[in-house]
Write a protein that binds this ligand. Structure first.
Ligand SMILES: CC(C)(COP(=O)(O)OP(=O)(O)OC[C@H]1O[C@@H](n2cnc3c(N)ncnc32)[C@H](O)[C@@H]1OP(=O)(O)O)[C@@H](O)C(=O)NCCC(=O)NCCS
Length: 302
């Protein structure tokens, strides 16, 4: 077995491996490329694959960014079914860990590499993966959810609510080049952790952010396609604390979901939730996936 860095020339082979090894998270070639080759925090030392002759046995992708300070993450890893339980997975993960710890990370999280991430943790249905990570010294520190919305029968009409908001001074708009700067200032001051996903959404060819303003001041937003582009990915969204309870979030959510429907999706994904009852009440979203959030600190290295 040889373990080497991989490049775009290996994408077809590694994506095929991924799609058979990780069945709840199959990716298109475009999405694989977005995850692996467009993230500035994923450099060539963090893209490694193991081969036996010309056959890929497994691969892993690390990232020099996570959701907490001084942390890195492991964005993707998979070993083909026929090569399991022979040390391939641990060799790959150990190598990414060594790279990240040597560069100063004190913690590594699984999957958590926003703004560019595939899933916010380990889907509990991957029982083998949970056992593997525990064997390598990872511990679960929280749980999170993805919710789905069935768009085919969702009532996303906001006309009456938008009139009501207009009467009390609030306007709902789709972001354009002109509104991008005030929107970014709002994100930086109220929701700084979401700047990357909002920037990615603003960079899309079609407007992918809706916002609410009052007297030319942004007070809330909802984005789509800011990560996992083309999959029906909603979010992030947020309303400034002083303007909550007026129905602004519900209107922004419905505008963004309606846009996802217009792009041809039957289902929208609301990832890494968050306020489950809000989404359930407003658009009948339901919990579709449960993730264990897992991490390893340098002191627990095995
Ligand atoms: C998780 C995965 C990478 C493990 O790869 P692997 O090459 O089989 O792992 P290793 O052989 O290095 O296993 C190391 C240790 O992990 C534990 N482990 C691995 N698979 C296990 C299983 N099925 N049951 C129990 N423990 C397991 C064991 O302690 C094992 O050591 P041992 O074989 O000496 O007992 C592989 O099962 C896989 O590709 N799963 C899908 C990947 C996935 O879910 N990716 C999504 C997250 S990004």
């Amino acid at each position: 077995m040889t373990t080497v860095r991989f490049g775009p020339e290996h994408s077809g082979m590694l994506l095929a491996l991924w799609n058979s090894a990780v069945p709840h998270d199959t990716m298109s070639a475009a999405l694989f490329h977005e995850k692996v080759f467009t993230d500035v925090a994923v450099d060539e030392t963090l893209r490694i694959a193991s081969f036996e002759g010309a056959k890929a046995l497994g691969f892993a992708v690390g990232c020099r960014r996570s959701t907490t300070a001084n942390a890195g993450s492991i964005k993707l890893f998979a070993v083909s079914e026929r090569a399991r339980r022979s040390g391939v997975g641990s060799a790959l993960v150990n190598r990414i860990e060594a790279e990240l710890f040597a560069a100063g990370a004190t913690k590594i999280r699984i999957g958590e590499s926003p703004p560019n991430y595939l899933q916010p943790g380990v889907d509990r249905r991957y029982v083998q993966t949970m056992a593997f990570l525990e064997a390598l010294g990872y511990v679960e520190f929280a749980q999170t959810y993805n919710m789905d919305v069935n768009l085919a029968d969702a009532d996303l009409d906001t006309a009456t609510e938008e009139l009501r908001l207009h009467d009390i001074g609030f306007e709902i708009s789709a972001a354009s080049a002109n509104s991008a700067d005030p929107l970014r200032r709002f994100i930086d001051s109220v929701f700084p952790a979401w700047r990357g996903e909002v920037d990615a959404a603003l960079a899309n060819p079609a407007p992918s952010v809706y916002f609410c303003s009052r007297e030319n001041t942004v007070v809330g937003f909802a984005a789509l396609d800011g990560n996992n582009r083309g999959t029906g990915w909603f979010g992030p969204m947020g309303t400034a604390p002083e303007h909550r309870g007026l129905g602004i979030g519900e209107v922004l959510l419905k505008r963004a979901l309606s846009d996802i429907r217009d792009r041809g999706h039957n289902t929208a994904i609301i990832p890494w939730v968050g306020p489950v009852p809000f989404y359930e009440r407003t658009v009948r979203a339901y919990v579709s996936r449960t993730f264990a959030r897992m991490e390893k600190s340098i002191g627990n290295a095995i």
